[in-house]
Design a protein around this ligand. Structure first.
Ligand SMILES: [Zn+2]
Length: 773
């Protein structure tokens, strides 16, 4: 899992997590990240919401289960007591309902563990993907709804602001009454949207300057269009910040949508139609002539321009070698290498920084990541008129803001969203608002969530689990024949240096600590101005990130809020984070057997630790500095071990995505993390028992503790996708599809086959296995 808090900068460009993309906003941000954080699960867009799957099953079902139990499962674990506390009963019921004991676990363990869940759930009309993970996120939103709507409490300023932002979002009657007016006002500020004006070329167009326009979009609206410029931790010096220049994200989630045939064409057409519809509506509202031919021409030009940009970008799978991507240079070199037909880089960068009163230094350095893109950009800029470029820049702002306008604007997105996500219905307003406020005010909302739902004493138990899994990672280095002693020693040091953050930062609960309120001191929301509140958030987010340029890196900063069901690894900080939101069943509970905790949060811990050693994380040392600490021998063999997994996962053909194969390159880092995570957590569990740990037996389940470990591991990933979203995910999600996360990692683990007595040659006990860590 990966990701970060700040809304500008690399933080938000986390790789998509496990789930699907979240709101459109998140999606836009997701694609660009390079070394972003390692996330456990993709964020999803359409919507997510569930309820816990912890209904109790009836006695009748229980009897049936026993009769139909799969071969190879013993009646009970000798010597352990049956636990009948509410926590154990709930866990047992959940596990029973999710599994399909009629399936042979050695043939298809995913179906065995998740068949019951899959049979009992239909993807809601609002969702593009639906899984146990998504349901946890839905339930978290229910908690946030209650705390954000609670108006009886006397709140500190940060919390009051979060509630005001929420109420402004829920204030639909005012939003309806205001119609397009707030957007039209904004368009004036950004120099107009030519397609929705008369005579742009003859007026504003005469003094239009690309450099200032890009700077305005970047610093005032956090729209990093055409050229991505942001401030982030310097990969080569983790204690300081530096300016990065990279290829930008696009309006659609991935470059292939711009030129591939087949189902991608439908998305492309819906995207163009969306631009045309919005422009047409704005012209109406401005009482301009319809002029549909001109609107179509303008928007078709925009799509053509963006298609050229898409082709100029480098595909994600060719951007895995961060060391090769990193080019640090001074401003003169930047200007001479990437002239872009007269583009004034100093003017552009200085204008962005002036928004936070920072002066460029004479010897200021920038890090260029998107070298090939920038080489291609010059001739593209040369081909298109100022009008088309301005139409495009403003479109990207408009696209981002449509969702905060009245219903008729939101309705224009229906076809596009259906093509992209397969969803028919927008999520409930309150869910949208809860998600919006949480992602914009993570600390304030986190404080409400933690007070309401997080038992503080779980921190110490999770810390202990981290210690156990980390110890196993270090011990099992000895088993690796592909690595030499020197590199093992470095790996050991790095693993021991990983810093952990669990639950939430303390200061968000400290009433007398002003820090929480200071975080939001620049925000002044109004209940009646949702649209303007959103603009404020964009601006403050962008500037908070830019301002860091002259600040040292704060090693204690939390890169994500507490009310988040996910987990993260940050290579620049060599740090793992487990927010309060994930420290709940099925991942973790003091009230459930340790087999479930090790199979749940234990595997997540192992996953995040292993990110420090995946194809991307391995390029950073124990202090988060990008640097090659590998011997040639070990480095060479790392690649060979990885190739095995690239091939293995690349051979999974995914029925939901029109039979396309998983991209073994793009998912490599996550697959390495999944494989390492389950192996380490399982080993740590065995070790815990061998050292005298006594685990509890669950009622109604004739399964060994070891079997329970693997079932809980698999069940976290029970879920399904809409075909449209499967097609999108296979392009954009750095995680493998849920099913293959489970199958791929367990096929590689001989201990799994032993636990379920799988005969050699059955699908879950293959002759060939891959292993990196
Ligand atoms: Zn991950």
């Amino acid at each position: 899992m990966e990701k970060s808090v700040e809304s500008a900068g690399r933080a938000r460009q986390k790789r998509p997590g496990f789930l699907e993309g979240g709101l459109l906003l998140l999606l836009l941000l997701v694609t660009a990240a390079l070394v972003a954080l390692g996330v456990l699960y993709a964020d999803r867009r359409g919507k997510q919401l569930p309820h816990l799957a912890s209904r109790l099953c009836s006695l009748q079902e229980e009897r049936n289960f026993v009769k139909r139990k799969a071969r190879g499962i013993p009646e009970s674990q000798e010597g352990s007591e049956i636990c009948t506390t509410p926590g154990c009963v709930m866990a047992a019921a959940r596990i029973l309902q999710n599994m399909d004991p009629t399936t042979e676990p050695c043939d298809d363990f995913y179906q065995f563990a998740c068949g019951g869940w899959l049979r009992h759930h239909v993807i809601p009309e609002t969702n593009s993907r639906y899984s146990i993970f998504d349901i946890l996120r839905d339930e978290l939103e229910v908690i946030l709804k209650a705390v954000l709507e609670n108006s009886t409490a006397k709140d500190r300023p940060a919390v009051e602001k979060a509630k005001t932002l929420y109420r402004s979002c829920m204030n639909e009657s005012v939003i309806e009454r205001r119609g397009a007016q707030p957007l039209l006002h904004t368009l004036e500020v950004v120099g107009g949207w030519p397609v929705a004006m008369d005579e742009w070329n003859e007026t504003v167009g005469l003094t239009w300057e690309l450099e200032r326009q890009l700077a305005l979009m970047n610093s005032q609206f956090n729209r990093r269009v055409l050229i991505d410029l942001f401030v982030w931790n310097d990969d080569r010096n983790s204690s300081r910040h530096v300016i990065y220049i990279d290829q930008p994200t696009l309006g659609m989630p991935s470059r292939e949508y711009y030129f591939s045939s087949g189902s991608d064409r439908k998305v492309r057409e819906a995207y163009l139609q969306l631009m045309v519809s919005v422009a047409t509506m704005l012209r109406e509202d401005e009482n301009l002539p319809r002029d549909s031919r001109r609107v179509w021409e303008d928007m078709a030009q925009v799509l053509e321009l963006e298609t050229q940009l898409a082709k100029a970008t480098v595909p994600q799978e060719e951007r895995h070698d961060v060391i090769a991507l990193y080019h640090r240079m001074g401003l003169e070199e930047l200007q001479s290498q990437f002239g872009l037909k007269g583009f004034n880089w100093t003017l552009f960068i200085q204008t962005v920084l002036s928004s936070v009163d920072i002066e460029l230094l004479p010897d200021e350095e920038v890090v260029v990541y998107g070298t090939p893109y920038l080489h291609n950009l010059g001739s593209i800029l040369d081909t298109y008129s100022a009008r088309t470029i301005q139409n495009y820049l403003v479109w990207r702002l408009v696209q981002d803001r449509i969702g905060s306008l009245s219903q008729r604007f939101k309705d224009t997105r229906v076809h596009y969203r259906r093509a992209l996500f397969g969803t028919m219905v927008e999520e409930a307003r309150w869910r949208e608002c809860v998600g919006y406020v949480n992602s914009n005010m993570e600390s304030a909302v986190g404080s409400l969530y933690v007070r309401e739902a997080f038992p503080g004493d779980s921190k110490s138990m999770v810390r202990e689990l981290i210690g156990k899994v980390r110890a196993v990672f270090v011990e099992t280095l000895d088993e690796l024949g592909w690595m030499d002693e020197l590199s093992k020693e470095k790996a050991r040091e790095k693993a021991m240096s990983i810093r952990e953050q669990i639950g939430h930062p303390d200061y968000i609960l400290e009433e007398r600590n002003k820090r929480l309120d200071e975080e939001y001191s620049n925000l002044n929301f109004s209940e009646h101005l949702y649209f303007e509140n959103g603009l404020q958030s964009l601006k403050v987010g962008a500037q908070r990130s830019l301002r860091k340029l002259r600040e040292k890196v704060d090693p204690n900063l939390w890169i994500i809020g507490a009310a988040v069901v996910n987990a993260f690894y940050s290579p620049n900080r060599n740090q793992i984070v487990f927010p309060a939101g994930i420290l709940q069943p099925p991942f973790f509970s003091k009230e459930q057997p340790q087999a479930l905790n090790f199979g749940g949060i234990g595997t997540v811990i192992g996953h995040e630790i292993t990110h420090g050693f995946d194809d991307s994380g391995r390029n950073f040392d124990k202090n988060g500095n990008m640097m090659d600490w590998w011997s040639n021998f070990s480095s060479q063999h790392f690649r060979e071990q990885s190739e095995c997994m690239i091939y293995q996962y690349g051979n999974y053909s995914w029925d939901l995505a029109e039979g396309q194969n998983v991209n073994g390159f793009n998912t490599l880092g996550e697959n390495i993390a999944d494989n390492g995570g389950v192996r380490q957590a399982y080993q740590a569990y065995l070790k815990w028992m061998a050292e005298g740990g006594k685990d509890q037996q669950l009622p109604g389940l004739a399964l060994t503790h070891e079997q329970l470990f693997f079932i809980n591991y698999a069940q976290v990933w029970c879920g399904s996708y809409r075909p449209e979203f499967a097609i999108q995910s296979i392009k954009t999600d750095v995680h493998s599809p849920l099913k293959y996360r489970v199958l791929g990692s367990l096929q590689n683990l001989a201990a799994f086959a032993d636990t379920f007595h799988c005969a050699q040659g059955t699908p879950m006990n293959p002759r060939e296995r891959c292993r990196v860590w």
